[in-house]
Design a protein around this ligand. Structure first.
Ligand code: SF4
Length: 406
């Protein structure tokens, strides 16, 4: 990976526009698509094998795909610096890695130290798998500048998680959420949790289990809701065929949800935890996902609007325009509002509690070591200690698939 050129960004890129053909990508296009964010990945690979995920196909093609690997910290730092050099308005870096958190602590520490020294721009980490969330890692990354995490939950029903072949037991999800939520709202934007809804095999109990989990989750949080769609050739496609269920493919819209009672309750729960008596009354109206049910378009619109307003406010509080596209963020950057705000209200912890912090000398030592290993063609397994409290399958996953540097 070290030998690959950095992704192309901000030069020699073209976009097709109706009536105009291919024209060079300009500032306006970047702002419209990405707001003030630069999207990238540092590591690739994922040890899991969730049935709905396109990764299953990558793993079927090459079992080595399970291994998490990444280029050096210098590589990613230089990539980001080059992008910012071309477009200085970039104010948040979004890492779309499938599994950032399993990267062992020493390598994350090296990344954190280099990032804070050389880039010093807030970053978001997507693709956080609950099994790998550890307080020390989150603490370290927030010190480096992490201002947002996105974690895959998908369902609160153990039956549905098993159906998805996702070894993330509900207790592990709650423990991970507890850690993430404890950093918000002071240090990070309320963490975002992904849920898959509208799975036609979900019974009423499965839907209720997910709603119950949402009610229990430590606050604050926000969520990304997706209607279940099938990626062709995945295990999910096969499983659905076996169930005799025909659902739409990934190319159809999966963001606009049907305005069902349970989807409305998901938005409500992200805003507020209702008292038990009221929650029980609301649950009575829940229907199985696959069955016919009443739709509430006006109510769904209102709750979604409130949800989006709250979410927008949470981002503005951090002057984060990674999910708010358009010119407004650019104006805030141009007029110095973003830099001024961030100087005044820097949410990062100013020091790390960890005593054996490696510092820059350690970073260089690790980089030299890494280089030597790559040159010698070694595959090094750098396994960190498993997350405290892991048991059963989650523990085996944590121990058995810690990332490999290749
Ligand atoms: S953990 Fe995420 S990236 Fe990995 S297989 Fe599951 S859905 Fe895909």
């Amino acid at each position: 990976m070290e030998d690959f050129p950095a992704p192309l960004y901000g030069e020699n890129e073209w976009i097709y526009k109706k009536g105009r053909g291919f024209i060079p990508l300009g500032l306006r296009d970047y702002l419209r698509s990405n707001g003030l964010a630069y999207n990238t990945v540092w590591s690739i690979g994922c040890p899991f094998h969730c049935s709905y995920c396109g990764n299953t196909k990558c793993i079927a093609n090459d079992s080595m795909y399970k291994k998490i690997r990444h280029p050096s910290t210098d590589y990613v730092v230089n990539e980001v610096k080059a992008a910012v050099g071309r477009y200085p308005h970039i104010s948040t870096i979004c890492f779309h890695d499938d599994s950032f958190m399993p990267i062992p602590y020493p390598q994350l520490e090296e990344f954190a130290v280099r990032w804070r020294e050389a880039v010093n721009i807030p970053f978001a980490v997507y693709g956080v798998i609950p099994n790998y969330v550890r307080r020390d890692k989150v603490e370290l990354l927030t010190w480096a500048g992490m201002n947002r995490v996105r974690l895959g939950i998908q369902s609160g029903s153990q039956r549905i998680l098993d159906f998805y072949k996702r070894p993330t037991p509900v207790e592990k999800i709650e423990a991970a959420v507890e850690v993430c939520a404890s950093f918000s709202p002071r240090t990070i934007i309320p963490p975002a949790y992904d849920f898959i809804v509208d799975n036609p095999i979900e019974t009423k109990q499965d839907v209720v289990d997910t709603l119950e989990l949402c009610r229990r989750l430590a606050r604050p949080y926000t969520m990304n809701l997706f209607s279940l769609r099938v990626i062709p050739n995945t295990d999910l496609e096969k499983a659905m065929r076996e169930e005799g269920v025909d659902i739409e493919e990934i190319s159809s819209n999966y963001i606009t949800l049907p305005p069902t009672w349970s989807n409305i309750m998901m938005y409500l729960l992200a805003l507020w935890r209702p008292p038990r008596w009221l929650f029980d009354r609301l649950l009575k109206r829940v229907e199985p996902s696959g069955g016919p049910q009443k739709h509430y378009p006006v109510l769904a619109f209102l709750f979604r609007l409130l949800f989006l307003i709250k979410r927008g406010f949470d981002h503005l509080r951090f002057m984060d325009f990674s999910t708010i596209p358009g010119y407004f963020g650019y104006l805030c950057w141009k007029t110095g509002i973003i830099s001024g705000w961030r100087k005044l209200f820097d949410p990062r912890p100013q020091s790390l509690r960890r005593k054996d912090s490696i510092g820059m000398a350690g970073v260089r030592k690790n980089q030299d070591q890494e280089k030597r290993e790559i040159e010698a063609g070694l595959t090094t397994l750098l396994a960190g200690p498993p997350a405290p409290g892991l048991s059963g399958e989650a523990r085996r996953v944590d121990e058995g698939t810690h990332p490999t540097l290749v």
